[in-house]
Design a protein around this ligand. Structure first.
Ligand SMILES: Cc1cc2nc3c(=O)[nH]c(=O)nc-3n(C[C@H](O)[C@H](O)[C@H](O)COP(=O)(O)O)c2cc1C
Length: 314
């Protein structure tokens, strides 16, 4: 650590991503941080590297009926069903409040059921001032291909990313589904179709059954698993993807501590997202930022960006 007259200089936590400078690599993950404004009273939003808002669609969606959340061993199942107010209402009702927080990097998460849905939603959002980038959630069923998820079929993924690239006036982050055989292959497809960065992982398809009632724990029967339970698999996938592409990788899946952040960076992530941890502690994101700074001080890391891909393999 370089010293100055006033004591050691604090570590440089800045990272650069798709042409945007983040003050630190910790971003709140989509669907676990509302539209950001709901957290204004509990988290100093300007301390975060950024936030990804809830998935936005071209029209408002009510989501699935309850129960839609269920806590499992070291994790959580959710089948919220992408409930949201729609892209237009986001621009009119939420974005002006977020814009007041000038230091906050806001990423809009976008999803659709058809290629045209993505196109339409991005075109609405293009008019919104104060969005730094789009994150494309490709884990939705592609109805025109008979219900396959865009993110599980290379051809559909190529089509949806190319479409989004064509109509987007902002950097494009493609968020991959882990429910595939080779996530590295899907990442390469997304890169070739024009992605500026890859984020991973979304939730793992899973379920829980109540032995007493013989009923599923979630009304939708199947759901997405997140939280510490998925961390080792997510970490392996981030490692695989970061070796396969030449664009930045944003890692997530079970991050709850400063050491988790460092592990994902060592495995190849430029930045990370924190999701389920915010359900257990609404202040988790901000707390992780200060713990990461402390970690860097204790480990004499001057620049956190130097950790990306720095895992030592003998
Ligand atoms: C309740 C809930 C809602 C989510 N909604 C979205 C969403 O709208 N769009 C999206 O891309 N990911 C969504 N996700 C996935 C998370 O952003 C993240 O990829 C996943 O939970 C893994 O990270 P974690 O283990 O830190 O939660 C959601 C996750 C949860 C738990």
């Amino acid at each position: 650590m370089t010293s100055s007259r006033n004591g050691p200089r604090p570590p440089d936590l800045r990272v650069s991503l798709v042409g945007i400078e983040l003050k630190n690599p910790i971003i709140a993950a989509s669907g676990t941080f509302g539209y950001g404004v709901e957290f204004e009273d509990v988290v100093h939003l300007d301390k975060l590297g950024g936030i990804v808002v809830k998935g936005l669609s071209k029209v408002p969606m009510a989501g699935n009926p309850p129960p839609r959340l269920y806590e499992t061993a070291a994790g959580m199942l959710n089948a919220v069903g992408l409930q949201n107010i729609g892209a237009r209402a986001f621009i009119e009702e939420k974005l002006p409040r977020l814009r007041r927080l000038k230091q906050l990097v806001v990423i809009a998460n976008v999803f659709g059921y058809t290629r045209e849905d993505y196109e339409y939603t991005i075109e609405i959002l293009n008019d919104g001032e104060g969005i730094a980038a789009y994150e494309l959630n490709v884990s939705c069923p592609n109805t025109s291909s008979g219900g396959l998820q865009f993110g599980c079929d290379p051809r559909s993924l190529d089509e949806v990313v190319s479409t989004a690239r064509h109509c987007s006036n902002r950097p494009l982050i493609v968020k991959l589904s882990p429910n595939v055989t080779s996530i590295a292959h899907m990442a390469r497809v997304a890169e070739e179709a024009g992605a500026d960065a890859i984020s991973l992982v979304n939730t793992f398809l899973a379920m829980a059954v109540d032995a007493e009632t013989r009923r599923p724990r979630i009304s939708n029967v199947t759901a997405g698993l997140s939280g510490p339970a998925i961390k080792p698999i997510a970490l392996r996938m981030v490692y695989d993807v970061s070796k396969a592409v030449n664009i930045p990788v944003i890692g997530m899946g079970g991050i709850a501590t400063a050491a988790d952040v460092i592990e994902f960076m060592l495995a190849g992530a430029t930045a990370v997202q924190v999701g389920t941890a915010s359900y257990w502690d609404p202040c988790a994101t901000e707390k992780i930022v200060s713990d990461v700074e402390q970690w860097c001080v204790e480990h004499k890391v001057d620049q956190i960006a130097s950790l990306t891909g720095a895992m030592i393999v003998d």
